[in-house]
Write a protein that binds this ligand. Structure first.
Ligand SMILES: [Zn+2]
Length: 259
């Protein structure tokens, strides 16, 4: 069978050493989703791909594969955009690493999703230009879960089907679905403010342009973060390693939020 080649723009999601001289690079492409490729000689010689394989870089890549189920080989990669201010700032770096880790965990190989590609583009542009990494990452996590069809409906109670009233509601710890004050107690649940549930619902259902203008309060950001972390980890059956380096309440204060 003749080798297949693919020329595409792509984000570098991760690069890990493979053997003595190669790198195993995970790309996110608009048309084929996540793709993993071996970059021959890239570990030994940085000249080979001219630093194009660092995370948080958008490249134009040419990939080659000799068998349909085989691993891709990177033939060439040219930098289209480097989000330099992410790697040089610790806080931006850890949040962006978390979002790339989540992208890698959620995206399936060979299945394209132009919404997720657009989301990664929006996210890296926003935080590289100085937007609060906590807020941007929260938006990212909500939209990523929405893209895989696992963001629960947050506008109606999952038990009675009515729109919840009052300030405090709860969510089902297994599904993340919300439970109104009248139905709480019938399921294993945790408290959630209605305002937080409404904000997450808005972020999951509006255009990115409108979402980018939303201003969350300190407590909504903190509560929304815990809710989304629990939901992602439960579905993935693991806690992504980047969470270890994140202190949300401290980082929100760093972004100018008052507790
Ligand atoms: Zn109810």
């Amino acid at each position: 069978m003749a080798p297949v080649s693919l020329s595409t723009k792509a984000f570098i999601i991760s690069s890990i050493p493979m053997g003595e001289s190669d790198l195993l690079v995970t790309f996110l492409t608009p048309e084929a989703g996540k793709l993993r490729a071996v970059a021959k000689g890239a570990k030994k010689s940085t000249k080979r791909f001219m630093n194009a394989l660092e995370p948080f870089t958008q490249v134009s890549a040419c990939l080659i594969r000799s068998r349909p189920s085989g691993l891709w080989r990177l033939d060439s990669a040219t930098i289209l955009h480097i989000y330099e201010t992410i790697s040089s700032d610790y806080q931006r770096f850890v949040y962006a690493s978390l979002c790339m880790e989540l992208t890698e965990l959620w995206q399936r190989e060979g299945v394209g999703d132009s919404d997720v590609f657009g989301l990664v583009n929006w996210y890296l542009s926003k935080i590289s230009r100085g937007s609060c990494p906590v807020t941007c990452s929260l938006i990212f996590k909500i939209r990523l879960l929405k893209s895989v069809g696992l963001l629960p409906r947050l506008d109606v109670c999952s038990v009675c089907g009515k729109r919840p009233m009052g300030r405090l509601i709860a969510f089902d710890r297994i599904t993340g679905e919300i439970i109104c004050a009248s139905c709480v107690g019938r399921k294993d649940s945790m408290n959630l403010c209605l305002g937080t549930a409404r904000s997450i619902d808005f972020i999951g259902t509006s255009s990115l342009e409108r979402v980018g203008r939303l201003k969350l309060t300190y407590s909504q950001s903190l509560e929304g973060w815990s809710y989304m972390k629990e939901l992602h980890c439960r579905h993935l059956h693991k806690e992504p390693s980047s969470y270890k380096f994140i202190d949300v309440s401290k980082d929100l204060k760093g972004c100018g939020y008052d507790s």
